[in-house]
Design a protein. Structure first.
Length: 286
């Protein structure tokens, strides 16, 4: 079971001036034992447990931008000060001004035990840019400098983890909504897709019942695995929603979803959450 609140990614995000509901989107591709995903809508705090489950001993927060923590001059706090405000023990590795302006890099890294990451990403604040990657325990300053070099010189569409033998997962979030993920773990794509389905269903129940939190069961791995085996790119939108049943219309896309791409006229499949029995099923769309 997961808890979905009123400030979840699906609840607070919308599309266009018409404020259309934000769609579920998921795309995955596999190459050379690496899985790269793009997805929405999910906050970092809504996926953090999945990241911790596959990460190595330590995690480096290599880029962080937020308006949730500002100083007296209305400038964003340094990441280390944010961690201190949240009571998260970490070490700081300074890169200096050369990293400024490099996509996916900040001037300092925060390195912490992986189990402390949920304390940092606790859902009480929102990063509009966040990049993190896992590492072996107690990385040396030289290893962190090498990591920065790899991160700063890898192209947007290039596989990153193929250049980092000791890392298992890389996460990049934009607007605390759009997600890019790369992993060595073959089970993570299905886990992310299952989480997206649950988050969307939970957001619908929160709105319908006007409760602050909805507790939603996640579908078993078979459901997202079946979707991924059917097609690599999906878009989803809410169908009928009652206190007993939540339906999500799903359509396969020819390419990864991009902002502005509307839901097709015809869905391919329907995922249904039976709220009372806590079960999911998937059926052909009518």
């Amino acid at each position: 079971m997961i808890e979905v609140g009123q400030q979840g990614a699906f609840s607070v995000n919308s599309v266009g001036i018409e404020r259309e509901p934000f769609p579920l989107s998921f795309s995955v591709r596999e190459a050379e034992g690496l899985w790269r995903m793009s997805a929405g809508a999910a906050k970092a705090s809504e996926l953090v447990d999945l990241l911790v489950a596959v990460a190595s001993d330590a995690v480096a927060v290599v880029s962080l931008e937020t308006n949730s923590y500002l100083n007296e001059d209305w400038h964003p706090l340094q990441p280390a000060l944010i961690a201190a405000e949240l009571g998260v023990p970490c070490t700081v590795h300074s890169l200096g001004s050369w990293a400024s302006g490099t996509n996916g890099l900040a001037e300092e890294f925060l390195v912490m035990d992986r189990d402390l990451l949920p304390r940092l990403l606790d859902g009480t604040w929102s990063p509009y840019e966040l990049t993190l990657i896992d590492l072996p325990a107690s990385p040396t300053p030289e290893q962190l400098d090498e990591l920065a070099l790899v991160l700063g010189t890898t192209g947007v569409d290039e596989p990153l983890l193929s250049r980092l033998e000791d890392s298992r997962v890389w996460f990049s979030g934009h607007d605390d909504c759009y997600v890019l993920l790369e992993t060595r773990d073959p089970a993570l794509p299905a886990a992310v897709l299952a989480r997206l389905l649950s988050l969307l269903a939970g957001s619908a129940l929160v709105e319908l019942t006007e409760k602050s939190i909805s507790r939603v069961p996640e579908p078993g791995p078979w459901l997202p695995e079946e979707l991924i085996a059917t097609a690599p790119h999906w878009i989803g939108a809410l169908g009928n929603v009652t206190e007993d049943l939540v339906t999500i219309r799903l359509a396969a896309l020819p390419a990864p979803w991009r902002l502005g791409v509307s839901f097709p006229q015809q869905a391919d499949l329907t995922a249904t959450l039976d709220v009372r029995h806590g079960t999911w099923r998937i059926t052909p769309a009518e």
